[in-house]
Design a binder for this molecule. Structure first.
Ligand SMILES: Cc1ncc(COP(=O)(O)O)c(C=O)c1O
Length: 458
């Protein structure tokens, strides 16, 4: 059986694992020479809310007028800004007054939030496993590799493989069935990405309420919800698990970030909300160790924005991305490359999944072939082959779903649809050009009922 871990040549001629880091190095290298179509990363394109620069101007104008030194801050965040965030989010979750300043910890972006939560969970429940869905956001596993706190990813994560259950939206049936395969005492935490990256799906109120009934059978297990995209749900407001089932509040740990919903990726503004003071204490310990404190100007700007932004602003943002997703979805449908034999109803985020298994057997572009050191045939066999082929032949960067734990032989990719329609059109044309007028049908038997060993490993 070919290894799931394939290797690639880097721009500096060293050989390394074909993962998101090495792919990013190539994307960056090529971008230096020629404009690329960037459809690989999370890429907010909706205008920045004016509240952020306005708060920054106010903060720094005040500093300019006094020139007072800026002291170290509280690793958890400044009390008054935590209070403002707590009030703003309590309102947003329709749980007026429920979050207090003590329930909030500022972190360096959502990534910092996730990794500090993992640190807290790993400290409280060493050796136990985190249950999450597959496909999963790659940064969940990056933490383990980089920090060495989690030494072996398969030891620390157990995956609910949504492909096996025939539905790319988290659902109670899949969760219940999966839970029969793991001992209750072995679960450190549940981790749900809602809306989901890469699937672009959200369970919604009714399904969350069903899921909550299942989670109640695990009354001591923390529930982490990564809501990096919660402002980007189409047609209706996002319903969080905490709103659908507030009785679970004491166990819920929420991550919120300004990256996507406030179009401020580079400013690294995020918070964790939790009623569990042990968790908040450990998150502050993590921040203290790695960052000392989060920049105070950013805490101020984030708190001001959350206290002023309106639900109508989020509707505009969601409509902006919905138009792009609907447009691109129709293009992928025309090309017959939406995932088949599986329920796939993207209704949030700016990502779409495409099944490019029709490309199997095509000759790989010559330069890409040089980089794909494990490819013996010179023909497309995996999603890694596909993304390097597109990168070198068409200067199009898309993400292979093996980065998200999916078997690379499925040849599924994630396309970020955040660009203007004319660019999306160009991306669709590139796909059409590669697929050709007569598309091969069934090049890969998409047996969704079967979980492959590679997907189990994630
Ligand atoms: C699911 C998910 N969680 C968290 C993050 C991290 O966001 P941030 O940019 O705030 O670090 C991302 C970013 O892409 C994401 O996709």
């Amino acid at each position: 059986m070919p290894p799931q871990v394939t290797r690639v040549l880097l721009p500096d001629n060293t050989i390394t694992t074909a993962d998101s880091n090495s792919y990013f190095l190539w994307v960056r290298h090529l971008n230096e020479k020629k404009e690329l179509f960037h459809a690989t990363n999370g890429k907010p394109t909706f205008p920045l809310p004016a509240h952020i620069p306005q708060a920054m101007i106010k903060y720094w104008s005040q500093a300019a007028s006094t020139l007072e030194p800026i002291m170290y801050g509280d690793p958890q965040g400044e009390f008054q800004y935590r209070k403002k965030i707590a009030d703003g989010f309590s309102k947003e979750y329709q749980l007026d007054g429920v979050f207090q300043a003590e329930d909030i910890a500022f972190t360096l972006g959502g990534t910092g939030a996730i990794h500090s939560i993992f640190y807290a969970i790993n400290t409280l429940y060493p050796g136990k496993k985190m249950v999450t869905t597959l496909p999963y956001y790659p940064s969940y596993s990056l933490y383990k590799k980089e920090s060495k706190i989690f030494l072996n990813k398969s030891k620390h994560f157990r995956y609910i493989n949504l492909l096996k259950y025939g539905n790319l939206t988290l659902n109670n049936e899949a969760l219940k069935d999966f839970l029969q395969t793991i001992k209750k005492w072995d679960i450190a935490a549940f981790l749900f990405c809602d809306p989901n990256n890469p699937n672009g799906t959200t369970p919604g109120k009714e399904e969350w309420q069903k899921i909550a009934e299942t989670l109640k059978k695990y009354p001591t297990v923390p529930i982490i919800i990564d809501e990096a995209y919660c402002e980007m749900v189409f047609d209706q407001p996002h319903v969080s698990l905490v709103t659908a089932a507030p009785e679970l509040l004491d166990r819920i740990i929420i991550m919120r970030s300004a990256t996507k919903g406030l179009s401020a990726a580079g400013e690294r503004m995020a918070v964790v909300l939790s009623k569990n003071q042990k968790i908040i204490g450990l998150i502050s310990k993590y921040v203290s160790a790695f960052n000392i404190n989060i920049p105070i100007s950013l805490q101020y700007a984030y708190a001001e924005t959350i206290s002023q932004i309106q639900s109508t602003d989020y509707i505009k943002l969601a409509n902006f991305y919905k138009e792009k997703i609907e447009y691109m979805k129709s293009k992928l449908a025309e090309l017959d490359i939406l995932p088949k034999d599986i329920i796939y109803q993207p209704n949030s985020t700016f990502y779409l999944i495409a099944d490019l298994s029709q490309l199997k057997g095509k000759i790989i572009e010559a330069k890409a072939k040089e980089i794909l050191v494990d490819n013996q045939t010179g023909k497309i066999e995996t999603d890694i082959d596909i993304v390097y082929h597109f990168l070198f032949k068409h200067k199009l960067a898309i993400a292979p779903l093996c980065f998200f734990g999916v078997d690379q032989k499925r040849c599924w990719v994630r396309i970020t649809c955040a660009d203007p329609i004319d660019i999306l059109d160009k991306i669709a044309l590139i796909l059409k050009d590669e697929l050709g007028p007569t598309q091969k049908q069934g090049a890969y038997v998409n047996n969704n009922k079967k979980q492959t060993s590679k997907e189990i490993k994630g």
